[in-house]
Design a protein around this ligand. Structure first.
Ligand code: PZK
Length: 285
């Protein structure tokens, strides 16, 4: 990466500084499951995620401003404006899954939102809820109350980010459900731009930042299969893997099957053939 300074690494992404105002977010082909990055990559996974993020940034500008500046021709790198990041992640949940289901079972509430009794795992909530979390540098993010998030961000910036997150989630749920994908929950990050405006950042509404479920076969009362990762998870567990690092190397048929699921999610949501995206990424905008 000539002319760029590496400024951060995520499990499957890298962040570079291009100049004082601009960053480059690069999505690699690495895949994690059960919080372990596997030794085998999924070809084009990073391009699918970057293309999906760019698609949503282009189509949600009327809801809230975002950090998008440009897509690079490699299809996996997104130039963005450098922001002052808010110190919380904003999670929106429309269904009871993951830590939301765990918290509901233990307390009847999630992040201070008291919910009706008798809900089942993976059930649709009466209304989507916002459940902010602190960003853990290692280990899992910790869900906090909206009052705590408002204290950490400032009441006004938090309220703007929360309202934007809910509107983005509702917009994306409607778009995805019409194309056979349930968007169970999703995580957003926001920052403050040079004009002081709350701005959507990071990746948005990708399978790595959200739970995508196939609408076909949705059945509350149990965990739902992940649209993108279920094949990899099932295969890994079938090897007898104990979910500790290092994970197993994936055979070619599992790599190909998983890549096909990512590409299918991309094509269903964007209605752009993935080959057209690879040839000229800007078609997604
Ligand atoms: C920013 N991250 C997460 C960490 C990654 C990504 N527009 C922005 N301005 C300032 N900071 C960030 C962003 C964005 N997006 C994002 N950390 C800081 C992160 C590691 C690797 F790819």
């Amino acid at each position: 990466m000539p002319d760029a300074l590496h400024v951060g690494s995520g499990k499957v992404r890298e962040l570079y500084a291009l100049d004082s105002e601009t960053l480059l977010l690069v999505a690699t082909d690495r895949i994690s499951t059960f919080d372990v990055v596997l030794p085998t990559e999924i070809p084009d996974k990073g391009r699918v995620l970057t293309g999906l993020s760019a698609f949503w940034f282009a189509r949600t500008r009327h809801i809230v401003r975002n950090h998008f500046v440009a897509l690079r021709d490699d299809g996996r790198s997104l130039e963005c404006r450098r922001l002052e990041m808010l110190p919380v992640e904003i999670v929106v949940r429309g269904y009871l899954a993951g830590s939301g289901w765990t918290d509901y079972c233990a307390t009847g509430a999630i992040s201070g939102h008291r919910l009706p009794g008798g809900l089942r795992e993976s059930e649709r909530l009466p209304e989507p809820i916002v459940t902010p979390a602190t960003k853990a540098t290692e280990g899992h993010d910790v869900t906090i109350t909206e009052d705590d998030a408002a204290s950490l961000c400032g009441a006004k910036p938090y309220a703007k980010a929360r309202d934007a997150a809910l509107a983005l989630y509702r917009f994306a749920v409607e778009h995805a459900e019409a194309r056979g994908i349930l968007l169970a929950d999703t995580k957003f990050e926001f920052g403050i731009d040079e004009q002081g405006a709350v701005t959507l950042a990071d990746e948005a509404l990708t399978p790595d930042s959200s739970r995508f479920w196939p609408a076909d076969g949705y059945a509350p009362g149990a965990p739902q299969p992940s649209f993108d990762k279920q094949y990899v998870r099932d295969w890994c567990l079938g090897t007898g893997w104990d979910r500790t690092a290092p994970g197993p190397e994936l055979p070619p048929e599992v790599v190909a099957g998983t890549r096909a699921r990512y590409v299918e999610a991309f094509e269903r949501l964007t209605e752009v053939p993935f080959a057209r995206y690879l040839a000229a990424p800007d078609v997604i905008l």
